[in-house]
Design a protein around this ligand. Sequence first.
Ligand code: F3S
Length: 399
Amino acid sequence: MDLTSEEQDMLAGNQGRATQKAMEILVALGRIYGAERMTPVTSVQVAGVSYDNLGEAGLSFLSEMAEGGGRTRVLTTLNPAGMDLENWQALGISPEFAEGQERVINAFGRMGVITTCTCTPYLTGNVPHFGEHIAWAESSAVCYANSVIGARTNREGGPSALAAALTGRTPLYGYHLDIHRRAGVTVQVRGRVSSNDEYGALGKAIGQKLEAAENKPVTYIKGIDSASVDNLKSFCASLATYGGAALFHMEGITPEAVQMPELHDVIDIAQSDIDSALSSMNDAASEDVDFVSLGCPHLSIREIARIASLLKGKRVTKEFWITTARPTKQIADMMGYTAVIEASGAKFAADTCCVVAPIKDRFHVIATDSAKACYYAYSKNKFKTVLKPFDDVVAEALR
Ligand code: F3S
């Protein structure tokens, strides 16, 4: 690879052991993917934060980087942790787990990472602009940044994102280059979608067809009239989960859709495809729901306001987690939404989510509006799933 003198300096170890190790990771990655050089990045989002996933081996890598003088050079935020960093006892997290999770967060903090633990950094101040080169790791956020914002990132792993943070660089390949951002297939949607669960079902229907395609082409999606930020975050999470997609274009909605040529293969998505995706994520009855969770991806303040209006003056009958970024919860505190929600017996689970928290064996059936949460509820925790529109999920908690 063609490295600048500063990059060579980092690689030679003249800027500390952690920076050297970070540059070694990036150079190895660049060589694997045929990158000719590095590109500067302005924003990083690091995944692999939950102690449930990292364990002591992951923690020791982070400690080594922190103790080796690793310091972030660009705005860097974190994916959800395995617990609410303030309110973990109320969520039934063990003190041993909390101690491990706190050591993880402290290691990131020592390196200058901003420890807002969220998968929606674009709602809480880590917001790139169109065309900006970034290095993000959370798959739903990668898809959102590339597609909805038009920033440029590959789907980084935890170590490569941290390496980008400590050097301010990433290898120039993949979605950083125009050629890899072009659509290879048109998706014609012939059904109707309006709620988050339906956007999630659409993501699953398209994703499964992409999985069957040879080279997972970038999609150019037609037939969607309008989509809110909340719909799109749900869609991105689902498309990334079920189709491994990091980028799509949506006609009339996403910024790069205008640049697409007309000549593609076509995938048709009928109403029956969306309906069958919806029913595939409903394998339990409402009566059996023992856990309700909203906030995959993390809730926006608009969604929290809606929950408060639905719970006002009522009592929930089941464990109900509201998962969001701490800065978003702080707005909810300020607006009085938190007081209303907590008076109902529902619990905020800031900094974490129903997938990365250690809740296996605690519940059996989850109700959610998130297709991504359904995937992991089953694959990670062996829960059955009830997927419903947002308001109906709140109603499940009140049944
Ligand atoms: Fe975010 Fe957790 Fe879902 S990280 S996208 S809330 S699985």
